[in-house]
Ligand binder design. Structure first.
Ligand code: SF4
Ligand code: SF4
Length: 114
């Protein structure tokens, strides 16, 4: 569930507001996203994926957790960590590049009847 927007990192691009399928965020007059409807979060991680500056933290739990401190998240490397793992962002390798399932498909094609 979405837990934190880093006001110090956010560049007010509006991407998270646009991609959220359940309209969890409102936009402040300054363009900062506000977590307005946390209960509507589906823990889909789309906002974290699209944030260009790793300003968001989505916890893997589907219920609210104890409000995390930004400094703790930063030190633990958790801000934007899902985006990093998936390989989105400048200078990163997309996780799909490591997908070897095509090898399994090639083997399957050798089986009789394929
Ligand atoms: S995790 Fe998904 S549903 Fe939750 S705030 Fe982000 S985009 Fe919206
Ligand atoms: S995507 Fe990131 S930088 Fe853009 S508005 Fe949302 S939190 Fe801010």
């Amino acid at each position: 569930m979405i837990e934190l927007v880093s006001e110090s990192k956010c560049v007010s691009c509006g991407q998270c507001v646009s991609v959220c399928p359940t309209r969890v965020f409102d936009e402040s007059p300054e363009g900062l996203p506000i977590i307005a409807r946390q209960d509507d979060c589906q823990t889909c991680f789309m906002c974290e994926l699209y944030c260009p500056v790793d300003a968001l933290y989505v916890a893997p739990q589907e219920h609210p957790v104890k409000a995390p401190e930004e400094q703790e998240l930063e030190m633990a490397g958790l801000l934007g960590s899902y985006r990093e793992k998936v390989g989105w962002g400048r200078g990163r390798s997309p996780g799909a590049a490591n997908d070897t399932s095509y090898l399994m498909l090639k083997e399957m094609q050798k089986l009789p009847g394929h």
